[in-house]
Design a protein around this ligand. Structure first.
Ligand code: AHR
Length: 511
């Protein structure tokens, strides 16, 4: 297989959005409890924050973390998670059929996020609650002091040894997946649009500096996709800054070729939402620009698996932090995750926020066991490298690639890539995947005058020697899949060339 890629310094997409490398912590399964928080674990600090997990989070490098849900947030009372821990109520979480102890709440998350050096993206409950609770939460979080809610924050911080200072949360989600019939407090687009508009208005009256995300469709297959965005934005366009997108992908019936091409779906999904935003903008004669927050995306084996940890099988009784959707990710999944990140970068002019769902244990790049170890899944690697190395401008890339056939999308490019160029640092980085299941790919990149004289690093994630494309990093084989040096790579006469193994994802950095 061959592919010729071309960049030109005159053709850029956008500056790499800082918030494109986000993640998500939901009160679901073992993401919070025994994930980021486990008092009594040998690696936990005095606050119960697992430091082994914290170290992996820092290495993964998310820039922003969405919290506390997810479906969970649509039945959540944020007040239950603040104040002395012994006074917090134990509640039923209907979304995940779980007992929520509220031992971890907003103050704990703020302290955790500060230590992890991530921005907070806070979701409010617009399922069972509304305008009053939303504006109270913004006052609690961001107002300096001297009012009921801000002084309660200071008091609760003092009582629990957590932060008392304003949390300074800039980014807020106006609910979660309210287009979905499964959602607690599911609404029509008009019902949601009006509630979101009024909540947004009231929240911005408390803190005019916040940025707001309206709920978009839960996925592209929703029967209301398109009309939902149109109606919601028709109500909220002037009040909100972003509309959300969610998408999960999986391999169906062993059709790896289609699965490896799912970034084609993501590209089309984003283009569709951009068109809808712009249609509402034009019809409403708005001058401001609403952008996209792709605040849930990942590989998730939602069907075809009959394992104990699937949500529909958890209704065996009410448990605290049961195992839920702890997908074990393999080599194929890592290549797909790489290409999904390429898609997000390609659309960096309109997708300004993106959150991989989720951070620990629950469909996550990081796994941890209760009273046990923490480790990196295969999908950790493309995320960590792209989050660390994608800087400066996203370059428009001309791709002339041999094609691979797929059942779902017809013929698609065998090679999928994206390039960033940080002029100040003099660094150009190519992120590249070979979707071919059998054949290696000879790839060259014509730099067209962009200054680069040396290859400073070249790595590839591929099928390991003693494994196959389904090999995963499990508790007893934590490093089975990872990045290895890419040796078959050279730079000559303004051209970078390399050979990528079959079904692989790579990153090459030039100085
Ligand atoms: O990330 C898991 C779940 O997927 C979230 O709670 C929900 O928003 C989505 O359906």
């Amino acid at each position: 297989t061959t592919a010729h890629l071309t960049v030109d310094r005159a053709f850029t997409v956008a500056e790499v959005p800082h918030r494109l490398f986000g993640s998500f912590v939901e009160h679901m399964g073992r993401c919070v409890y025994t994930g980021i928080h486990e008092p009594g674990h040998p690696q936990a600090d005095s606050r119960g924050f697992r430091q082994d997990v914290m170290q992996l989070v820092r290495e993964l490098g998310p820039t922003v973390v969405r919290y506390p849900g997810g479906n969970f947030v649509s039945g959540y009372r944020w007040e239950d998670g603040v104040g002395p821990v012994e006074d917090r109520p134990v509640r039923i979480d209907g979304a995940w059929h779980t007992v929520e102890t509220n031992a971890f709440g907003l103050h704990e998350f703020v302290d955790w996020a500060r230590e992890a050096d991530v921005e907070i993206m806070e979701a409010i409950n617009l399922g069972t609650r509304g305008v009053e609770e939303a504006r109270a939460l913004v006052e609690y979080a961001n107002h300096p002091h001297g009012t009921y809610w801000s002084d309660l924050r200071r008091k609760n911080g003092a009582a629990t040894g957590t932060t008392q200072d304003p949390f300074d949360i800039k980014l807020w989600c106006l609910g979660n997946e309210l287009d979905g019939p499964w959602q607690i407090g599911h609404k029509t687009a008009d019902e949601y649009g009006r509630l979101a508009q009024e909540s947004a208005k009231a929240m911005k009256l408390v803190d005019p500096d916040i940025e707001l995300v309206a709920v978009g469709s839960s996925n592209r297959r929703m029967p209301t996709f398109g009309s939902w965005e149109h109606t919601v934005l028709s109500h909220t366009y002037e009040e909100v800054d972003y509309i959300s997108m969610h998408a999960y992908y999986q391999e169906h019936d062993g059709d790896a070729a289609s699965f490896l091409a799912e970034a084609v779906d993501m590209d089309a999904f984003i283009d569709g939402v951009v068109s809808t935003i712009d249609a509402v903008k034009a019809a409403g004669k708005h001058s401001k620009q609403v952008d996209i927050s792709f605040d849930e995306w990942n590989v998730w084996y939602q069907s075809g698996l009959d394992t104990e940890d699937q949500p529909h099988q958890v209704a065996k009784g009410w448990q605290k932090h049961p195992r839920l959707i702890e997908d074990a990710y393999n080599v194929t999944d890592a290549v797909v995750v790489g290409t999904l990140l390429h898609s997000l970068l390609r659309h960096g002019d309109r997708v300004k926020i993106a959150n991989q769902a989720q951070l620990v244990n629950v469909i996550a790049p990081i796994r941890s066991e209760e009273d046990g170890p923490a480790w990196r899944q295969s999908i950790f690697w493309p995320f960590a490298r792209i989050a660390a190395k994608a800087r400066g401008q996203i370059m428009r890339l001309a791709v002339d690639s041999e094609q691979v056939p797929t059942q779902k999308f017809g013929d698609v490019d065998a090679v999928d890539a994206t390039v960033t160029w940080d002029e100040a640092a003099g660094k150009l980085v190519l992120f590249v995947a070979n979707r071919g299941l059998e054949e290696a790919a000879d790839v060259d990149l014509n730099l067209n005058g962009l200054q680069a004289t040396a290859i400073s690093s070249a790595e590839v994630l591929a099928v390991p020697e003693r494994g196959d494309r389904l090999t995963a990093n499990l508790v007893d084989s934590q490093d089975a899949v990872g990045l290895k040096p890419l040796t078959d790579v050279g730079l000559q006469d303004g051209r970078l060339h390399m050979t990528l193994p079959a079904m692989s994802w790579g990153v090459v950095e030039l100085d």
